[in-house]
Write a protein that binds this ligand. Structure first.
Ligand SMILES: C[S@@+](CC[C@H](N)C(=O)[O-])C[C@H]1O[C@@H](n2cnc3c(N)ncnc32)[C@H](O)[C@@H]1O
Length: 285
């Protein structure tokens, strides 16, 4: 691929989705974008794709390119611990602190094909007796409309349900149809799915008590991570909870959150004075 065309693709993806592509990831562009080239009858490989993206590209073509480059890897109860922490730390705390309001809002900020919000919904269903008369809303968003359609369908392969889903939940909440497993309507109806780009303003989403933003910041640079975490902080209630993925951290990126002691990837808002940079600076005054 010509260097100027690599730059076009790199800049386009960075501006539209935050994805950082380096030259050593050209193979990823190749493998992910060849089905898009086929769909749009484009011959001439990545160079031709880049040329078609220049100026004002067909919006559907632009969306196809952006969506093809997303990594949608996910599974039910992925990494186990965040879901155990939701059940034994987040939920008991909120059931106490929101006892007057009797309402909790949860946001899965990059939900992929739905396994993450549905795992939370199954935990909540198991604990239904604790929140009778409450309103618990789970909002699940993703950049990709294609993957959101899979999430809304909530029909999973044998392979997908074998990854992390406890067998008793499979038996209780899914119906087998051929080689597919369809999630029951009562769990499906607990989630509101919608398209949302983490690069956009979050104000319209309203405020949340819990945010799961897992395994998506890893694709962004520090500037984008910092901006997204600052916006999430703006939408999170002061005593709310943020869960990040196993390879993600706020360290060195933002002072807006602090890790809960003895927890993995579970953060609360840092309501104290700014840490790091400011303190040494003040000490010199
Ligand atoms: C690896 S999946 C993570 C799914 C789930 N949170 C988990 O941990 O299993 C990353 C998801 O982030 C979405 N994504 C990528 N860039 C995004 C953006 N700028 N805004 C919103 N979602 C984005 C992708 O479409 C993809 O579904």
């Amino acid at each position: 691929m010509q260097p100027e065309h690599f730059t076009v693709l790199k800049d386009f993806l960075y501006q539209k989705s935050g994805l950082v592509i380096t030259l050593d990831k050209t193979y990823l562009l190749d493998s992910r974008l060849s089905p898009v080239a086929k769909k749009w009858n484009i011959t001439g490989g990545l160079d031709a794709i880049a040329q078609k993206l220049r100026g004002l590209p067909d919006p559907q073509f632009a969306t196809d390119v952006i969506e093809a480059m997303t990594t949608n890897e996910t599974s039910f109860f992925r990494d186990t611990k965040p879901f155990a922490q939701f059940e034994d730390t987040i939920l008991p705390s909120l059931l106490q602190s929101r006892a007057n309001k009797r309402s909790i809002r949860v946001w899965c900020a990059a939900c992929s094909s739905g396994q993450e919000p549905y795992s939370l919904a199954m935990i909540l269903k198991e604990k239904a007796a604790l929140w009778t008369g409450w309103r618990i809303e789970i909002v699940a968003t993703d950049l990709s409309e294609d993957i959101l359609n899979s999430a809304r369908k909530a029909t999973y392969s044998q392979f997908e349900v074998q990854r992390g889903l406890p067998i008793q939940y499979l038996m209780k909440y899914f119906k087998q149809t051929g080689d597919q497993w369809a999630l029951n309507e009562d769990i499906k109806s607990m989630i509101k799915f919608s398209k949302f780009n983490l690069l956009d303003s979050m104000v319209g989403l309203g405020r949340f008590d819990v945010v799961f933003c897992r395994n998506v910041l890893i694709y962004f640079d520090e500037k984008t991570k910092g901006a997204i975490l600052a916006k999430i902080s703006g939408q999170l209630e002061n005593d709310g909870f943020l869960t990040l993925g196993g390879a993600e951290t706020v360290l060195g990126i933002t002072d807006k959150f602090k890790l809960m002691p003895d927890k993995r990837g579970l953060y609360v808002k840092n309501m104290g004075e700014p840490q790091s940079a400011l303190k040494p600076a003040l000490a010199k005054i």
